[in-house]
Design a protein around this ligand. Structure first.
Ligand code: 5RP
Length: 228
């Protein structure tokens, strides 16, 4: 039942986010099952004449955008993204996030950072008091990854190399993902910085002070939270 509800919620929040997209905008297109509904709605609007350009955060999203008829543009051809919409794995009360469950965290962070407005869409299960129950994805270069994992361990995490079909999962950038359980991340700002200081770490899935708006479900009601 929880699964069915989650899907309905994903559709509700995803479609709501499409209301923030206006004619002529450059739109960051996130990755994942919630963004799928945002993009489907956007595809319909494009068919009806909405003129936008999308910047995809992953190869998977690029493929979906092409299937839906959403025109794309490269990040290198534009000055700024008007609005980016993406999902999250966890959201705390300050609207800080854990992202990267789908392995696209690096491009997602680059695109969120380039966006004037970054909107997160998430079903109710993603809302938490403290980040950390969801293992934090850390993108690392393959070279010396065991050593990199040792340093991640020294920061208090329990790192595990993400596998797909018994081989290391490869990101769109050709890197590995280390899913790192911290149980409870009490100082997410510090952890984001400290992880990124480890040579070999490319970036991690903590998105601090980045989300401007979160569209989610609380007590069966659609709510739009704005970062204060
Ligand atoms: C991908 C992500 C996704 O946004 C996150 O995993 C949420 O996915 P979903 O909407 O499928 O629950 O960060 O890297």
């Amino acid at each position: 039942m929880k699964g069915d509800n989650a899907l309905i919620e994903k559709m509700e929040v995803g479609e709501k986010a499409a209301e923030f997209v206006k004619d002529g905008m450059v739109v960051g297109l996130g990755t994942g099952s919630t963004v799928y509904y945002f993009m489907s709605k956007l595809g319909h609007l494009v068919q009806q004449g909405l003129s936008i350009k999308g910047v995809p955060t992953s190869k998977q999203t690029e493929k979906l955008a092409l299937e839906l008829g959403i025109p794309l543009v490269s990040l290198n051809e534009i000055e700024q993204i008007d609005v980016a919409v993406d999902g999250a794995d966890e959201i705390d009360s300050e609207l800080n996030l854990i992202k990267g469950g789908g392995g696209a965290l690096l491009r997602e962070k680059i695109i969120a950072n380039a966006a004037k407005t970054f909107i997160v869409v998430a079903d109710s299960h993603k809302n938490v008091d403290t980040l950390g129950t969801f293992p934090l994805p850390v993108e690392v270069v393959p070279f010396g990854y065991e050593m990199t994992m040792k340093y991640i361990r020294e920061l208090g995490g329990n790192p595990k190399l993400r596998q797909k079909e018994a081989t290391p999962f490869l990101t769109d950038n050709g890197n590995y993902i280390i899913d790192t359980s911290f149980q409870e991340i009490k100082k997410p700002r510090d952890l984001e910085k400290n992880l990124n200081l480890i040579p070999g770490v490319v970036d991690n899935g903590l998105f601090i002070d980045m989300a401007d708006t979160v569209i989610t479900i609380v007590d069966n009601t659609l709510v739009t939270k704005i970062r204060g």
